[in-house]
Write a protein that binds this ligand. Structure first.
Ligand code: GDP
Ligand code: MG
Length: 409
């Protein structure tokens, strides 16, 4: 039996719960990185965390089935709405559709300004707008504290899941403890900023391909068809907000969702959601192996976290013409990769994420919205951190601190 199914969530309905593997696994001892041997029986706690795969090969940790607690939309001007107005509906394409993904790149493309750093702002706006339904069981009348250990974007958790296998790009994650909750917000590394600013024209166009594919595959209404003559505007987004638990870490995170099944009898969110991807067509065994080793890891991590059950992939040629479309069930990906020698493992991804969150809980102890613990990682190294007071890294806005502070209201 497979070891990476969700554990049933006590709040999940029976329709969802019966598809889950009931196996629970207790987390085993944490594999903190330890410096050289000491004479004592109990080794000292290290201020660094090891990222080697071998350290995380243990039973799959408890990961509760994610439950959608809300959603929000960002419009063509990146304005926030506490509703699903940007939801799109999946439309099954032809088997070989010949979509031209470059169409509209010059002329019908409005690109989000990547110099604007939104940090956690949209999630924080959602939290403020939905405070009443997030009431803590311990203090149901108070507007605080929040009953979550961590609040973050799904994309930041994806980076954590893939860290033991990442050899190219490091990361910086800013963490602030406020009213007992740990907020995690990414900081762009110098290397990432340089790469973004020097992105070749060809790569710019390939980034567009992914968005154009979504336009070919999605309709705005359950009863309408995709409109590939329209503008692609990457400011627009529909985001789900889910809660779940990874061992003893209660998580609240949000992620952008491409579209949903339009069948009214489809299961409730997130099980009805569909992730859309494009990838180079696979022509050789080497290309297939690379697809399994690198692409499927990223796809699996991103969709497993919020409980999105399937990815629909458009395979395109060098000119950006989609030559075939294939559906991948997230629950079957670990079977697909089993024949790859020395391939990635879901359990390593989840155990590393779990231990990183424990490390953060242990080290980020000062509860202060103007203090940032900056966790830093480079490939082939351990995770380290530094502490910053009232610095450029502070990311919780004053309006959020004011709204979420109990006294003085
Ligand atoms: P993903 O899993 O990496 O796609 O990220 P999320 O689903 O967690 O998205 C979080 C938010 O960040 C959404 O509002 C996205 O529109 C936005 N976002 C996603 N990718 C990028 C990116 O590469 N750059 C910037 N600036 N924003 C992004
Ligand atoms: Mg997508």
């Amino acid at each position: 039996s497979s070891h990476h199914h969700y554990s049933p969530n006590e709040r999940g309905d029976s329709r969802r719960a019966k598809h889950c593997d009931a196996a629970h696994f207790r987390p085993t001892n944490h594999h903190w990185h330890q410096s050289s041997a000491t004479p004592e029986q109990t080794p000292p706690r290290s201020q660094t965390l090891c990222t080697r795969r071998e350290a995380y090969e243990r039973a799959f940790p408890l990961y509760k089935q994610p439950v959608e607690v809300g959603c929000f939309s960002l419009d063509s001007q990146r304005r926030f709405f506490n509703d699903s107005r940007q939801m799109r509906y999946y439309v099954e394409p032809d088997r070989s559709p010949n979509f031209d993904l470059s169409d509209g790149y010059r002329g019908r493309y409005v690109k989000r300004d990547e110099n604007v750093k939104e940090k956690l702002d949209h999630i924080l706006r959602w939290i403020v707008a939905n405070r009443s339904k997030l009431k803590s069981k311990l203090s149901p009348d108070a507007s605080c504290p929040l009953d979550f250990d961590f609040v973050t974007w799904r994309g930041h958790l994806t980076k954590l899941l893939t860290t033991p296998y990442e050899t190219r790009e490091g990361w910086l994650l800013a963490v602030t403890r406020f009213n007992g909750t740990l907020y995690i917000s990414e900081v762009e590394t110098e290397a990432a900023r340089r790469e973004r600013e020097n992105r070749p024209e060809r790569n710019q166009e390939m980034m567009y391909w992914g968005y154009k594919f979504e336009q070919y595959m999605c309709a705005d209404k359950t009863y309408s068809e995709p409109d590939s003559s329209g503008v692609v505007n990457t400011n627009e987004a529909f985001c789900t907000v889910v809660q779940t638990r990874l061992t003893d870490h209660k998580l609240l995170f949000s992620g952008e969702v491409d579209c949903r099944d339009k069948d009214p009898d489809a299961p409730p969110p997130p099980a009805c959601y569909v992730e859309l991807k494009t990838s180079a067509e696979i022509c050789t065994p080497k290309q297939r192996s690379n697809f399994h080793r690198f692409k499927l890891l990223k796809w699996w991590a991103q969709s497993f976290l919020p409980g999105v059950p399937r990815v629909v992939a458009g395979f395109r040629d060098h000119d950006g013409i989609v030559v075939s479309v294939e559906t991948f069930q997230i629950s079957k990906i670990s079977q697909l990769i089993k024949n790859e020698y020395n391939c990635w493992k879901p359990t390593v991804c989840m155990n590393f994420c779990c231990d990183f969150l424990s490390f953060v809980k242990r080290e980020a102890t000062e509860d202060n919205p103007s203090v940032v613990y900056l966790f830093s990682w480079e490939p082939h190294k351990d995770v380290t951190y530094s502490v910053h007071r009232d610095s450029q890294y502070s990311f919780l806005p004053d309006w959020y601190i004011k709204e979420m502070t109990c006294s003085g209201e």
